[in-house]
Design a protein around this ligand. Structure first.
Ligand SMILES: [Zn+2]
Length: 500
C-alpha cells in the first residue's frame, strides 16, 4: 500500500509492473474516510514518512533523501512571476495557499486541497517553493510527490508566515514611519565597518591570534571557570577586542535616531562593544544580551566599576585587581571578611605582591594569604547565564507592545536571541538587514548589503536625516532583486549597493 511513497526515490522505484503503483485517486472503491486518512497520513509529518520508509525499499534512507531534495529545491527557488504552466502555481496562488495553511492547519488544508483533488500534489509543491527536479521519477504519479509535499507543508506550518503585503524597501520605509514601538535586534555586522571583529566568528584576526596562543576555540578564553582559575589568559588577549570608545557606525546612529523619534522600544544587541551606549542609546532601551565592557565586576566581592577603569590594565595585559578588595586588605580591622584561604580566582602566588600588614602576623604561611579579587568585564562568558532582564522584558513588555521588528547585522544563529522573531506576535512585520540572506526565518522584507548603506537609504526614503560622518549625504544606491545561486529571486529580498 505504500507504493506511492516508494516512487519518490528513483533508486527505489520498483522495476516491475508500473501498475503496481497504487493510484489512490483512481481507487473508486475506497471509501472517502479511509482515503482522507491515507492522505493525511502521507502528508502530515516527517514521522509518518519515516515510519513507512523501509517497507518496500532497497535503501532505507528515504526520508533523508527526501529532505535533501526539499532543501535543494528550496535553494533553487523560482520566480513565480516568470513561470507558467499547468503544474506551477502563480505567485498569487502560492501566497493564497500558504496563508490558507496557516489559517486552517495541516489536516484541514490537506482535505481542502489534495483529498478534494482541488489541485495536484505536484502543483501544490510549487506553492511552497519546491520544484522537483525533472527525471526524478521513473514513473511519475501524483502520489510520488506526497513525501515532498508533506515535508514542505510541515516545515512551512512551523514557521511564522510572511506578511505578504510587505515586499520592498518602500514598504520598509513606510513601516518605519508608522511604527511606534520598534524592537531592533543587532549583531556583529553593525560594528564591522569600524574594523571591530566578531570574536565568536572563526574567520577573524582575533581567532587566528587565539590559535597562535594555542587555543583552538574562543570558548576556552571566554570560559568563566577558566577565567577564575587563570585570568591572565583573558587579560593577555582582551586588548584586541577592547572597544574604541569614541566611535560608532551610521547603523548605531540609525538606532539612536529611532530613539530620538520615540519609536525605539528595545535594542537587543549581541555585541559586547557597548557602541550602542556611545551612540546615545539609553540603558533603559538597551539589552546587551552578551553583556559588555561598559562595567566590570570583582569576582570576589562583586564591587562594580565603570569599564574604563580597567581598560588600562587590559591594554597592558595586566590582571586587574579589585580596588575595594585592595583597600580592605590595607585596613587590618576590616579584613576579616577576606581573611580566607586563597580563593581560586585570585591570581596570586606569583611571589610578586607585597605582603599586606596582616600577613606579617599570620603564622601559618602561604595558604592563608588574602588576595584581592580579580575584576572581570561584564561580558557574558561561556558558563554564565543571559541577563535576567532579557527574558523578563521580552515576555512582560516587548511581545505586548512591539509593532515592528528590525534585525540588523546578525545571521540569527545563536539562541535565545534567534528565537525572538518566533516569539513576538505573528502579525508584527519583520525586516531583515544584513550582508547575506537567511532562510530559517520568514522575514517579510530582506534588504541585503552593507548595513550602513541600507539604513541610510531607508532614512532617505522615510525623509529622515541620518547624520553621521561615515554616511555620505547624497549617497545613491542600486537596488536589485536578490537572486540565489541558481538565479532565482523570491520577490521580497533585495540587494542594495552604494553607487560608486
Ligand atoms: Zn573585590
Amino acid at each position: 500500500m505504500a507504493a506511492a511513497t516508494v516512487a519518490a526515490v528513483p533508486s527505489a522505484v520498483k522495476k516491475e509492473d508500473p501498475a503496481a503503483i497504487v493510484d489512490l485517486s483512481s481507487d473508486e472503491d475506497a471509501d472517502s474516510t479511509s482515503r482522507d486518512s491515507k492522505h493525511a497520513d502521507y502528508l502530515k509529518t516527517d514521522a509518518s514518512i519515516n515510519d513507512r520508509k523501509s517497507e518496500d525499499l532497497d535503501e532505507d534512507d528515504t526520508s533523508s533523501l527526501t529532505e535533501d531534495i526539499v532543501n535543494l529545491s528550496e535553494i533553487e527557488e523560482f520566480e513565480y512571476a516568470k513561470t507558467t504552466g499547468p503544474d506551477l502555481c502563480t505567485v498569487e496562488e502560492a501566497q493564497e495557499f500558504r496563508s490558507r495553511l496557516h489559517e486552517i492547519g495541516i489536516d484541514q488544508f490537506i482535505r481542502e486541497t489534495i483529498t478534494k483533488k482541488a489541485i495536484s500534489a505536484k502543483k501544490l509543491c510549487t506553492a511552497f517553493g519546491i520544484r522537483i527536479p525533472a527525471g526524478l521519477f521513473d514513473v511519475e504519479t501524483d502520489e510520488s510527490y506526497y513525501p515532498f509535499l508533506g515535508l514542505a507543508i510541515t516545515r512551512e506550518f512551523a514557521r511564522r508566515p510572511r506578511l505578504e503585503q510587505y515586499t520592498n524597501i518602500d514598504h520598509a520605509a513606510n513601516l518605519l514611519q508608522t511604527a511606534k514601538n520598534i524592537v531592533v535586534i543587532t549583531g556583529a555586522g553593525i560594528s564591522t565597518s569600524l574594523g571591530i571583529p566578531d570574536f565568536r566568528s572563526k574567520n577573524t584576526g582575533f581567532y587566528a591570534k587565539l590559535q597562535d596562543h594555542g587555543y583552538e576555540d574562543p570558548q576556552e578564553v571566554f570560559d568563566i571557570h577558566h577565567f577564575d582559575e587563570d585570568p591572565s589568559t583573558f587579560y593577555k588577549l582582551a586588548g584586541d577586542i577592547l572597544p574604541d570608545m569614541c566611535k560608532w557606525t551610521p547603523t548605531h546612529e540609525f538606532i539612536h535616531l529611532l530613539q530620538q523619534k520615540d519609536k525605539l522600544l528595545t535594542n537587543y544587541t549581541q555585541n559586547i562593544d557597548n557602541l550602542e551606549s556611545q551612540a546615545g542609546i539609553l540603558s533603559e532601551k538597551l539589552i546587551q544580551c552578551h553583556g559588555s565592557f561598559a562595567t566590570a565586576t570583582c569576582r570576589k566581592c562583586d564591587y562594580k566599576v565603570p569599564g574604563e577603569e580597567i581598560f588600562n590594565d587590559i591594554r597592558h595585559q595586566k590582571v586587574s585587581e579589585c580596588p575595594r578588595c585592595v583597600e580592605t586588605l590595607k585596613a587590618p580591622q576590616r579584613s576579616g571578611v577576606l581573611k580566607r584561604k586563597r580563593s581560586s580566582n585570585s591570581h596570586g602566588g606569583k611571589g610578586k605582591r607585597r605582603k599586606s600588614s596582616e600577613e606579617d602576623h599570620d603564622s601559618d604561611g602561604d595558604y592563608d594569604i588574602p588576595q584581592p579579587g580579580v575584576m572581570k568585564p561584564d561580558i557574558i562568558f561561556f558558563g554564565e547565564g543571559l541577563p535576567k532582564e532579557f527574558f523578563s522584558r521580552l515576555k512582560e513588555q516587548d511581545t505586548k507592545k512591539v509593532d515592528l521588528l528590525i534585525v540588523i547585522g546578525t545571521s540569527m544563529q545563536v539562541a535565545p536571541v534567534s528565537e525572538i522573531p518566533q516569539i513576538i506576535p505573528k502579525d508584527v512585520p519583520q525586516i531583515y538587514i544584513s550582508r547575506d540572506p537567511v532562510k530559517h526565518i520568514n522575514f517579510d522584507i530582506q534588504l541585503l548589503g552593507d548595513c550602513d548603506v541600507v539604513v541610510g537609504e531607508l532614512c532617505r526614503r522615510a525623509n529622515w536625516e541620518l547624520k553621521h560622518k561615515m554616511h555620505p549625504p547624497g549617497q545613491q544606491v542600486d537596488i536589485t532583486p536578490f537572486k540565489s545561486n541558481s538565479g532565482h529571486g523570491n520577490g521580497c529580498s533585495w540587494t542594495i549597493k552604494a553607487r560608486k
